[in-house]
Structure formats: C-alpha cells, structure tokens
Design a protein around this ligand. Structure first.
Ligand SMILES: NC(=O)c1ccc[n+]([C@@H]2O[C@H](COP(=O)([O-])OP(=O)(O)OC[C@H]3O[C@@H](n4cnc5c(N)ncnc54)[C@H](O)[C@@H]3O)[C@@H](O)[C@H]2O)c1
Length: 381
C-alpha cells in the first residue's frame, strides 16, 4: 500500500477580517487545498472576525476555525495567527492594515489598498519600515490565458506594441431597483468610485509589464444618481459608475496608447475581464466571456487570428484534468498559493501577487484620472 501524502511543514495560520463575500471565498479555497500538487506551503483558516456576529455563523462549519471575533483588535492580539486577510470597506483599509502589521502579522490586503493614494502610501511605507510581508489581492493574472499572455508579451515576440486595452465590466447596477451599498458611496468606497472598486483588476498586468501611464485623459460617468436605500427610502449614489481612461505608456522609447476601462454598467457583462495587446508581429486577446480561450494574432504570409482552448494550465499544478476549464474559485486559490509561496521564499519564478508599490502606482493613475475629469484636460504623471 502506498503511503498517504505527508502533511508537510506546519500550516500558515490565517485570519479573515471581514467575513463578507470575499472572506467566504478564502475559506472555500483553503478547504480544498489538497487539490494543489506542487504548492509547498499550506494555509489553515484559524480565525474569523466580522462586526456583524451573524456573518460569523457560516464559518462555524469550517473545522479549523477556532476563534470567532467581532473586534479585529482582539483577533490581532491572538498569538496563533501568522497572516491576516482583510476584506473590509475601503474607508477602513488604512486603519485596519496598519493595525495588522503593527501587531506583527503579515497582511494579504484587499484592493484598492486604502481609500486613496495618500492612504496607500502610508500603509506601503509602514510595511516597509516594519519589514512585514504585504501583498494585495488581484486574481485575474492567475487565469491560464492571462498567464500565457503575460509570458508572450514579455518574450518580445509581439514586435513593436501598437496598442493595449484592459477592461473589467459589470452590469448588475443597470437595475435601478438594486439597493445601494457602501461601494456606491464616496464616504466608504472613495472618490475614485468604480476605479477603486474594479481598477486593480485592470491595472495589475499593465503595471507588472512596466506600463505605467505617462498621460491620462479620463471620461468618468455617474449614471444613476439615487438608489433604493433598502429600507423603503432613497439614498444618494455619488460614486463614479463607469470610467474610461485613455492613457499613453512608454514602451521601448515609443509612446503607445493604452485604454483602461472599469464599468459597473456595461450591458450584459457579468464580471468580464478583458486584456488585449496588439503588436506589429503578434497579438494576444482574452476575455473571461470565453474563459478557456486565448486568441493570438500572427503576421505571416497571411495574417491570422488563432483561437486555442487552454484548459487548466495554471501556475501551480493541481489534480484537475488538463482539459477542464478554470473559474473564479480556481484562480483565487492560485493567487493564495502564490501569496503563501512568495511569503515563504519558494515562489520559484512564478507570477507573484500585486505589491504595495503596484497598489500605490494604480492609485496614482486614479488620482490623475480624477484630476483629468475635474479639469477636462490630459494629465501628465
Ligand atoms: N478581489 C476581488 O475579486 C474582490 C471582489 C469583491 C470585493 N473585493 C474587495 O474586498 C473588500 C470587501 O469587499 P466585500 O465585497 O467582501 O464587502 P462586503 O460588504 O461583502 O463585506 C465586508 C464585511 O466587512 C464587515 N465589516 C465592516 N466593518 C467591519 C469592522 N470594523 N470590523 C470587522 N468587520 C467589519 C461587514 O459586516 C461585512 O461582512 C473590498 O476592499 C473590496 O474592494 C475584492
């Protein structure tokens, strides 16, 4: 009889602060960690905290969770926590992130890493001063197609880059009866609105490729000004709903147009992430609308766009059959594997999670976009 796989080194003890939508996804990813074949680090969900005690109840079915708290400061005093994953409304990011790292824990932060640029810089600088390991959640680069596009672009095979488009589109806000929540209020979401909410998904790959905008011209839209408040009344909806940024980046000494789109009201789009880079020799294009499909352009004797189904070609290998299609929970798990592996120094050349510097850089672009909208001009960074 063959031996069961060894449990390996002690697990990294993780606490979730903010047991909402994302906190549960993390519990789910950890719960099937055995699906990973080559991740040398193992997490254990040890604690969960939410202001709302009812939100903790779902976590009572997770066998490893031994601490249930409603005050995250109490949770941060626990000695048996190594990493805190914080998924709170944006206005709470800075205080919570600073308290996590000052309590001696490492931090997996949610985007946008602070409500604005100043907050993001303060957290980044304090983490550097304290020497804590901090990364920011952004899962789409862990899609097989994103991963393949990243490698192809970096290889230089595209020739001279002509243009870039990165987009992330939602549509449920088209329903005027959808009740307001904190993401539609500047006080909680931030002045950058949809850019704070969806922007890291759009900016992460370009920034990792070294494409930080030099100039920004923004078209920002507020589409529905009020929404039901969920209690029979109406509330003001004051955040930007849609943002289209026409930017230029410098690539190999040339100015290249790059469009960044973040939309809450894109008819028919449910969490559609799009990335496209066109070059003089080759091009790449992917949309989560066709989750396993990568389009590549080739300029040969004839010009062709070729479509290939990638299957389950993830950075960390899994038990899942190579022909099966990946989804959101799969890439979230891959992202966590990258976070934990990098924290332990065993990432081994794989794609790493978004860094505090990248989070600061993305806020710089949104600050420029707000200024561009205000002054109706092109802003130079
Ligand atoms: N990476 C992604 O794909 C992704 C997707 C959605 C949201 N997010 C990010 O995750 C974060 C949270 O968003 P969400 O959609 O999970 O929000 P959510 O509203 O579903 O959950 C937030 C939770 O925080 C709790 N909370 C509020 N104040 C608290 C406090 N002081 N102490 C403890 N708990 C408190 C709330 O009760 C709620 O349960 C945001 O930064 C958001 O941008 C990331």
């Amino acid at each position: 009889m063959s031996a069961a796989p060894s449990a390996g080194p002690a697990p990294v003890r993780v606490a979730v602060i903010g047991a909402g939508l994302m906190g549960r996804e993390v519990a789910s990813a950890f719960g099937r960690w055995f699906a990973l074949l080559d991740c040398p680090v193992r997490p254990e969900l040890a604690a969960v905290c939410d202001l709302n005690p009812a939100a903790l109840d779902w976590f009572r079915q997770v066998p490893t969770v031994r601490h249930f708290e409603t005050d995250y400061r109490a949770l941060l005093r626990l000695p048996d926590i190594d990493v805190a994953y914080v998924a709170l409304p944006h206005d709470l990011h800075e205080a919570a992130y600073l308290e996590v790292i000052r309590a001696g824990k490492d931090l997996f932060a949610e985007k946008p890493f602070g409500i604005d640029l100043a907050a993001a810089k303060r957290v980044r600088d304090e983490a550097a001063r304290l020497g804590r390991f901090v990364r920011v959640s952004s899962e789409f680069p862990f899609l097989p197609a994103a991963h393949r596009m990243f490698k192809l672009v970096k290889s230089g095979e595209l020739g001279r880059i002509i243009e870039i488009r990165a987009a992330f589109h939602h549509s449920s806000d088209l329903d005027p009866k959808k009740a307001i929540n904190w993401k539609r209020q500047v006080a909680h979401c931030g002045a950058a609105g949809v850019m704070n909410d969806l922007g890291m998904h759009v900016a992460h790959l370009p920034l990792r490729l070294g494409w930080k905008p030099r100039t920004v011209h923004a078209s920002l839209q507020k589409i529905y000004r009020t929404r039901p408040d969920g209690r029979g009344g109406t509330a003001e909806c004051d955040t930007w709903d849609n943002a289209s940024l026409h930017t230029t980046v410098e690539i190999a000494g040339e100015e290249v147009p790059m469009t960044l789109e973040m939309k809450r009201m894109a008819p028919g789009e449910t969490n559609t992430w799009i990335f496209e880079v066109l070059g003089t020799d080759r091009g790449v294009r992917h949309s989560t609308k066709e989750p396993k499909t990568l389009w590549t352009f080739n300029r040969g004797a004839e010009q062709t766009w070729t479509k290939v189904d990638l299957g389950f070609d993830t950075p960390f290998k899994t038990i899942t059959g190579a022909i099966f299609e990946p989804g959101f929970p799969d890439v979230l798990m891959q992202m966590w594997a990258a976070f934990l592996a990098e924290r332990s120094g065993v990432l081994g050349g794989r794609f790493g999670c978004a860094t505090p510097d990248e989070a600061v850089a993305h806020h710089e672009v949104w600050a420029a976009a707000l200024e561009s909208q205000r002054s109706r001009s092109v802003v130079t960074l």
